[in-house]
Write a protein that binds this ligand. Sequence first.
Ligand code: SAM
Length: 231
Amino acid sequence: METPIIPSDTGLNELVYEPAEDSFLLLDALEQDLVKSFQGNLSEDVVNVLEVGCGSGIISTAIAKSEKLLNGRLPCVFALDVNPNACLLTEKTGEANQVATSSLHAVLFDGRHCSRNPFRVQFDIIICNPPYVPILPGENTEDENSGLLQQSWDGGPDGNRFICPFLSNVHHLLNDDGLLYMLLSTWNDPEMLVKDVALPNGLNGVEVIKRTAGRERLSVWKFQKIGLSSV
Ligand SMILES: C[S@@+](CC[C@H](N)C(=O)[O-])C[C@H]1O[C@@H](n2cnc3c(N)ncnc32)[C@H](O)[C@@H]1O
């Protein structure tokens, strides 16, 4: 999978999360796992993909260009973010990487409480690199303007303020045989999330890849609906 170029002349880059180790680990996981998951899948339907928290658009753009990983099926990607600058930059990243506008749609939307599905489809693939860093109230005010940028990493006191409601509700958005890929850190206690949050809401989770990055131990987890999963 090609790593997309993020255009640097948009005036938006400082207002949006810059791709880092977590973004690249998620790209590696998708590159490894999607080929296996779509091997032998001969459907000609479009693959509906949702990224929640698209930031610069690096992941959504890579997926929008990833027909090869999807066994020739065409992806149609919805990229959500609460930061309007991220939606704008995602559109520009798509353009800079020659993604057809029909393949990538950036939408300003809060994806944390997806207790109902506002979309007309359920998704075949959902991807999320969430805000996951434990931050105490008042701590870390790097983003003095609007707090929009801090929302990129601020996971609240235990790191799970976004992750728990999202994992509890995301099954509403996922196809019965759909795949959810989510980046987690040891700070989030992934095993606890699988057992106490995902499983009671009908999702199985397995670790796909892990890497140490400075003081963080990052991993990407694949979730599938129970009963239909081959995990
Ligand atoms: C860690 S960054 C990941 C950005 C990009 N996907 C990447 O991997 O480089 C998390 C992103 O989630 C967005 N975000 C935070 N809370 C959100 C919410 N409730 N709904 C949608 N997006 C949210 C942030 O604005 C930020 O762009």
